[in-house]
Design a protein around this ligand. Structure first.
Ligand code: ZN
Length: 336
């Protein structure tokens, strides 16, 4: 299947061998063998918590403070996704986390934009960038990040996100000014929420920043009124079931509410979140949704098409990709 993936983090997708080489080059204390590096990068499935999952990003972020690291990891992510037949992807990352060795926000965004654009052209895929602000950062920093993101619109930045530890920073409206700057600058608005096992209250609160999409949001399934609200406002949930098991959103993959959300009519896309940290390709994630959650092929395909419709991308590119996906599906009556 040609695929679209909207919820994908640059710092969650390092190849283990690349991490080993970059650690050696930059003098970072890290495992030396593929197996040890793999074990370090991949987050444990159990016992999951968002805090434990976020710890998995510490080594990747330590390695991603230099131009060569950022460019290589961005290039390889596009190559790896193209090999999994992802035709459209949005790459998320938090530029403010990559300044420890003196890079500026504009430099960090420029490096990732340039590397992904070159790799996208070479691989024949479409890539857009979603700049992430961090819940724990102060308001001024996130406004600065939003301004930098807007400055790079011509370089493929089309989205603005907020992520980070939700339990300790539950109120995204603190960062309303950053969302306003991004929205006024023409960026699509999304934010991470609903990753903690709750009754949907955090998702309700996230709606106050008027997102077009929500990264995760699985906990919304507990509240039928909230589902009606998501449908009425056409807000898409970019779900990541494997990652949600690691974060403790659900106890097991089989308990993930993805099919329930799809069948309730909530706009849903299916994503990996972090191909390395969750040790799952998009093909594997989709297969698991069919095999373990009972999603039908037409439901899966509808989520895929919806990802293109909800993408933060210009209309001509969206129309071209929809044509391509429809052409692929035309000989397959089981998808209709
Ligand atoms: Zn995420």
């Amino acid at each position: 299947m040609p695929k679209a993936e909207l919820h994908l983090h640059l710092d969650g997708c390092l190849r283990p061998n690349t991490a080993i080489e970059l650690a050696q080059r930059h003098g970072i204390d890290a495992p030396h063998t593929w197996h040890d590096m793999f074990d370090t990068l991949v987050a444990a499935a159990h016992p999951g918590s968002q805090a434990a999952l976020l710890k998995s990003f510490e080594l990747p972020l330590a390695l991603m403070q230099w131009e060569d690291s950022l460019a290589r990891i961005a290039t390889e992510l596009v190559e790896d996704k193209a090999a999994d037949r992802v035709r459209y992807m949005e790459v998320k990352w938090a530029p403010a986390f990559h300044r420890a060795q003196g890079l500026s926000l504009d430099e960090v965004i420029g490096i990732v934009a340039s590397a992904t654009a070159h790799a996208a052209e070479r691989c024949g895929v479409e890539v857009r960038l979603c700049v992430v602000a961090i819940r724990a950062h102060d308001v001024a920093t996130n406004v600065e990040v939003a301004r930098a993101a807007v400055r790079h619109r011509a370089n493929g930045v089309t989205g603005f996100d907020l992520a980070g530890h939700e339990a300790s920073h539950p109120d995204p409206t603190v960062h309303a000014e950053a969302f306003d700057v991004a929205r006024a600058g023409g960026l699509g608005i999304t934010l991470h929420t609903g990753e903690l096992p709750d009754d949907g209250a955090l998702v309700w609160r996230a709606l106050q920043v008027r997102p077009q999409r929500i990264a995760h949001g699985a906990s919304a399934a507990a509240d039928p009124k909230l589902l009606d609200e998501l449908i009425a406002r056409n807000i898409t949930l970019d779900l990541c079931p494997t990652s949600n098991v690691q974060a403790g959103t659900v106890a097991t993959f089989a308990e993930h509410p993805l099919p329930q959300l799809v069948r309730a009519g909530v706009p849903v896309t299916i994503n990996t979140d972090d191909t390395t940290i969750s040790d799952v390709t998009l093909s594997e994630e989709w297969l698991a949704c069919v095999d373990e959650l009972g999603l039908t092929l037409p439901e899966l395909w509808a989520c895929n098409l919806h990802a293109l419709r909800a993408a933060f991308v210009d209309q001509p590119t969206q129309a071209r990709l929809l044509d391509e996906f429809h052409a692929w599906a035309r000989p397959l009556p089981e998808l209709h």
